[in-house]
Design a protein around this ligand. Structure first.
Ligand code: HEM
Length: 137
């Protein structure tokens, strides 16, 4: 992927994660987005979940550097966990995930712009696409 896009994403991620409310705001929005999402997270320890999500955003960035190589190098376990045989996260739930994330970035990144939004969309789609493709694996 284009280095400028990766760099724009990386810097925005840094600005977002330096704000303490970033991950809380994301999960507040994501849980509010659909009863199906709330049902999936009914027994979740959100302190751990926030750490896991933060780590996976960095892993998606690594996968997006060379998406033509196997993103499973960074995302295989996350994909297996979200697949039909485990958490069973269907493709329709990823729209709620991405919309909630983009809204959160818009509110948390003081340098938010159309370019920043595009960088988040492009980088996150590498991860989302991989998780959806691996759903039945
Ligand atoms: C690309 C998008 C996503 C990423 C990067 C992501 C990342 C993660 C990570 C890293 C974990 C922790 C896995 C572990 O415990 O080892 C997790 C767990 C989980 N994710 Fe996702 N996720 C994504 C999309 C979704 C979506 C769309 C849903 C839909 C509801 C979802 C629901 C869950 C649930 C229910 C858990 C388990 C929580 C628990 O342990 O109680 N995720 N996710």
């Amino acid at each position: 992927m284009d280095k400028a896009i990766l760099d724009t994403f990386d810097k925005s991620l840094e600005r977002c994660t330096s704000r303490s409310q970033f991950l809380d705001l994301f999960y507040t929005k994501f849980l509010a987005s659909s009863p199906k999402v709330r049902e999936k997270f009914k027994d979740t320890d959100f302190s751990r979940q926030k750490r896991a999500l933060k780590a996976s955003l960095h892993m998606i960035l690594l996968a997006a550097e060379e998406p033509e190589k196997d993103p499973g190098r960074y995302l295989a376990e996350v994909a297996e966990r979200h697949g039909a045989r485990d958490l069973d996260i269907g493709a329709e739930l990823y729209d709620f995930w991405l919309d909630s994330l983009l809204e959160t970035v818009e509110e948390c990144d003081p340098e938010f712009s159309p370019e920043v939004r595009k960088a988040w969309e492009e980088v996150m789609m590498v991860g989302i696409h991989y998780l959806i493709v691996r759903y039945n694996a």
